[in-house]
Design a binder for this molecule. Sequence first.
Ligand code: COA
Length: 173
Amino acid sequence: MNMLQNNKIQLKIIEKEDLDLIQKWNNNFNITQYTTLTSFFPRNRDEELSWYERKYKDNSARIFMIVIKENDTKIGFISFSNLDYRNQKAMLSIVIGEEEYQGKGYASDSLKILEDYLKHEINIRKISVQILGFNKPSIGLFKKNGYLEEGILKSEVYRFGKYQDLLILSKFL
Ligand SMILES: CC(C)(COP(=O)(O)OP(=O)(O)OC[C@H]1O[C@@H](n2cnc3c(N)ncnc32)[C@H](O)[C@@H]1OP(=O)(O)O)[C@@H](O)C(=O)NCCC(=O)NCCS
């Protein structure tokens, strides 16, 4: 049985063929204004490919496409990184890149599936996420799902012409 699903969605490990969608989302400022990507230049296919090749060789991280089962549509991705077995913790990130699918509960569903997997299969105890201080949708998403604010990195990220705070929210599974 595949643990990485519920009745509506499935989390499928990312494949090279998904790079078209990843590239589309990475080049949509409505999305990337909220993400903490280190590169802010538009990314071409070769850059996406080298990102992908770096990621799948990294055993402390995995990226999953979020797929709606009913119509087999890929709407975003969720990933964990910095998997730390000694301290049983990891970092998360999530993007619902297809904007018409935002606000429909898919991020909450994806989070629950990944949390369950990290807790019951990988034996992870604590997960954390970094969120730009102005990203109200994401702060709302994580608070609604039981994440608590642990700290604020002051003026950490330059965006919209000024330095923005970066919040750290965490949850003990
Ligand atoms: C943040 C994001 C992942 C939320 O995904 P989503 O599928 O729309 O979220 P859900 O529908 O599961 O919403 C869950 C909760 O999040 C909050 N939320 C989601 N969208 C919101 C919005 N536009 N404004 C305020 N709160 C919002 C609400 O608390 C919501 O609960 P509710 O529906 O009971 O009010 C999505 O907006 C996104 O991909 N944004 C761009 C990239 C990004 O910010 N990623 C996170 C980086 S840390």
